[in-house]
Design a binder for this molecule. Structure first.
Ligand code: PLP
Length: 359
């Protein structure tokens, strides 16, 4: 199998797996303690959680705290719903935000979309409605990989008297994440385990808990999993150590991929883009047929989060593609563990599949 779907999820780093094992002990071991228990096993587990917290925080700006959550959707919901009482009600979000932001904004009411241009980029000088209390612009888009001017958006939100939320799920561990009021991240997008994410909250900003219980994380209740935290922490540490090496590897894959898919149109900017994302379009392509013929290649017909819904991608629509163009688009994602051979074999199967359709 050839895995080319790094925006959907990433392979677990061996270092993350090793870090997790000790905390998955059964009755014979000392690693299953509750990190919120005051006894020795509990304190050991709590210490591992704190080491992990520091490792995740090292990828994020100074001046804030990291709250562990179950995933990034939960982190985004906590940020948006938990700040409801301390800001103006309006929420302005980019037209290409993940459903976690869009759906929550619409559920909270007074939602306004910030448009993107044909390249998939927002303009930080765009108009904001008068009542805007929260601006949400993601760092890197999950479908087309475009990189937004997040630092400018933060300044813009501040000038408007609004909080700024950055969904940095596809950026964290790959590039520096600029300061915001709240930043959402997810372990499984950066070679950590599934089932854990985090919300970074700027010092001085207090959020209303959305899940009550023990308030173990302050604004978030629930017993933490030391194994998931340790895996996330180890993945974060590895990402920090390898950031340049990973980026250079991905750049080489991108350059080769652009050659392999010469003749296919690229959706979204080529420059302001994370180059581990290749969202391509070939007029007339029947993507479902292609996917069923290329069963050995794992790639996506659009956003992994929306795939299967049958809906046309809101991101591809926002950059001006017609339904037919969006439906003839595929997304390939590659990264740290993708070899040149994987990419070449995957591309050759996809190109052959398209040729078999007469394209
Ligand atoms: N935001 C972006 C940009 C994503 O790509 C995803 C997952 O696809 C999420 C948020 C949600 O992340 P999680 O799977 O941790 O809930």
């Amino acid at each position: 199998m050839i895995y080319l779907d790094y925006q959907a999820t990433t392979p677990l780093a061996p270092e993350a797996r090793t870090a997790m094992l000790r905390w998955l002990d059964g009755p014979e071991g000392a690693g299953f303690g509750n990190p919120h228990s005051p006894h020795r096993m509990g304190r050991q587990a709590a210490a591992a959680v704190e080491v992990a917290r520091e490792r995740v925080a090292a990828l994020l700006p100074p001046g804030g705290r990291v709250l562990f959550t179950g995933n990034a959707c939960e982190a985004i919901n906590l940020a948006m719903r938990g700040s409801d009482g301390v800001r103006k009600p309006g929420i302005a979000y980019s037209a290409i935000e993940h459903a976690a932001v869009r759906d929550t904004a619409m559920a909270l009411g007074e939602a306004a979309e910030i448009p993107v241009d044909a390249e998939g980029l927002t303009d930080p000088a765009a108009a904001l409605p008068e009542n805007t209390g929260l601006v949400a612009v993601m760092a890197v888009n999950n479908e087309i990989g475009t990189v937004q001017a997040v630092a400018e958006w933060h300044a813009r939100a501040k000038a408007a008297g609004a909080l700024f939320l950055c969904d940095a799920v596809q950026a964290c561990g790959k590039m520096a994440v600029p300061v915001a009021d709240m930043i959402a991240v997810s372990a499984h997008k950066m070679h950590g385990p599934k089932g854990i994410g985090a919300l970074w909250v700027r010092d001085g900003l207090e959020l209303d808990p959305q899940i009550t219980g023990g308030l173990q994380e302050g604004a978030r209740s629930g017993t933490l999993s030391p194994a998931l935290c340790a895996g996330f922490g180890a993945a974060a540490q590895r990402a920090a150590e390898r950031m340049e090496e990973d980026a250079a590897h991905i750049e080489a894959l991108w350059t080769r991929a652009r050659d392999l898919f010469a003749g296919w149109a690229l959706n979204g900017s080529a420059e302001a883009r994370w180059h581990g994302n290749l969202n391509l379009r070939l007029e007339g392509l029947d993507v479902n047929r292609l996917m069923s013929e290329c069963r050995e290649v794992m790639f996506s017909a659009g956003s992994a989060c929306a795939s299967g819904s049958g809906r046309t991608s809101h991101v591809l629509k926002a950059i001006g593609l017609s339904d037919a163009q969006a439906k003839s688009s595929i997304r390939l994602g590659f990264g740290r563990y993708t070899t040149m051979d994987d990419l070449e074999r995957g591309a050759s199967a996809i190109v052959a599949g398209a040729k078999a359709q007469g394209l």
